[in-house]
Design a protein around this ligand. Structure first.
Ligand code: OSB
Ligand code: MG
Length: 375
């Protein structure tokens, strides 16, 4: 497959409601859509780096730079016979996992379309439907949070995740648990605590939480291993796990019992599969995280989450939980039983709505094999 051209589009799609975490507030998806033209097919991917370097070191601007100046030039005009070939071409670039993952996603889509099989199938997925939950940002009041939880539960979401931060933690978990004694409930701190906060985290043990996600530093696996010995609630790592090596270290040290996989954070579907397999070998469950993706990234998440060891509900909600209008059709919908059906059409399995994509595009550049780029 010859890589003829690669197009980048920096998009902005407003969220229906702001999404607040311990590290900041997001009001729109400002990701980069990547379209790769190869012989006869176009592959689509979404680079999930956002405006600010608060969740990860990457931003939309660093991703654009590294894609334009290093990753895209290494691929243009090349003949590749597998995604592995492309990974070898990009391997010199260190880090920049989100930039790499967006490109890798587009290439998987292109290969799947060429083979006329679904993305789920080419990745090794085994499920027809995936079980999904919803991630709820910090709300103006406890009453607002409980109302929001009730709304999502009535739509059928199979699991609720609430964001916490110091001072807004035990009270939130207590209120939601009191109102809904039997739901699957978990909390996500996005690295807002340190080991000194053990006393304020310990009361969370009484709420029968599925897990506590990333309580401590984004690069601190060791402290998580200490905290894990102090809590009964299982620790799940998100920000701390950038690759399969991190996953092995974390499991070996007893820093987590569960891992959240996001292809952007770990550098693509291939690395995601390695983590998935390493966890399966140790009987550690994984689940699929989310970056408030558009339908293009969401399609990839759903395909990946159809692999066997994704055993807990994902942060993969319906399009309408995020946006008034998505950039794919059909939009992703949730079935009444809290599942999303895995597309079976070739590649990502949904069509990109070009007119909608045009309207949300802020800037665009196309890079062609053997030609200068136009921006
Ligand atoms: O920590 O899981 C997180 C969104 C942006 C950055 C980090 C996180 C999140 C979410 C959103 O929780 C999950 C979703 O896409 O619905
Ligand atoms: Mg998280």
């Amino acid at each position: 497959m010859r890589i003829e051209s690669i197009e980048l589009r920096h998009i902005k799609i407003p969220y229906l409601t702001p999404f607040q975490t311990s590290f900041g507030v997001g009001v729109e998806n400002d990701h980069t859509i990547i379209a790769i033209k190869t012989d006869g097919v176009i592959g689509w991917g979404e680079c999930v780096a956002s405006a600010e370097p608060y969740y990860s070191a990457e931003t939309a601007q660093t991703a654009w730079h590294v894609l334009r100046d290093f990753i895209i030039p290494s691929l243009l005009g090349k003949n590749i016979s597998s995604v592995d070939d492309a990974l070898a071409l990009m391997a010199r670039v260190r880090g920049h996992n989100m930039a790499k993952a967006g490109v890798e996603a587009a290439l998987w889509d292109a290969f799947a379309k060429q083979k006329e099989i679904s993305l789920a199938k080419i990745l090794g997925g085994t499920r027809d439907e995936i079980v999904v939950g919803v991630s709820i940002g910090l709300q103006p009041s406890v009453a607002d949070l409980v109302k929001r939880v009730a709304g999502y539960l009535s739509e059928g979401y199979a699991r609720i995740k609430i964001k916490i931060e110091p001072g807004r933690d035990v009270e939130l978990a207590a209120a939601v648990r009191k109102e809904f004694p039997n739901i699957l409930l978990q909390v996500d701190a996005n690295s807002a605590y340190s080991l000194r906060d053990i006393a304020r985290l310990r009361p969370l043990d009484q709420f029968n939480l599925l897990l506590i996600e990333q309580p401590l530093g984004y690069d601190d696996i060791y402290d998580h291993s200490k905290l894990a010995r102090e809590l009964t609630t299982p620790i799940c790592l998100d920000e701390s796990i950038d690759n399969v090596s991190d996953a092995n270290v974390a499991m070996e040290l007893g820093a987590c019992k569960i891992i959240n996989i996001k292809p952007g954070r770990v550098g693509g579907f291939s690395e995601s599969k390695k983590i998935h397999d390493a966890c399966a070998a140790r009987n550690v469950p994984v689940w699929h995280g989310g970056m408030l993706e558009s339908g293009i990234g969401r399609a990839g998440n759903i395909a990946l989450a159809s692999l066997e060891n994704f055993r807990l509900p994902g942060d993969i909600s319906a399009s309408k939980r995020y946006f008034s209008e998505d950039i794919v059709e059909p939009e992703f919908e949730m079935n009444r039983d809290g599942t999303i059906t895995v597309p079976t059409q070739p590649g990502i399995g949904v069509e990109v709505k070009m007119n909608r994509l045009e309207r949300v595009t802020q800037s665009r550049a196309e890079f062609k094999a053997n030609r200068l780029y136009s921006e």
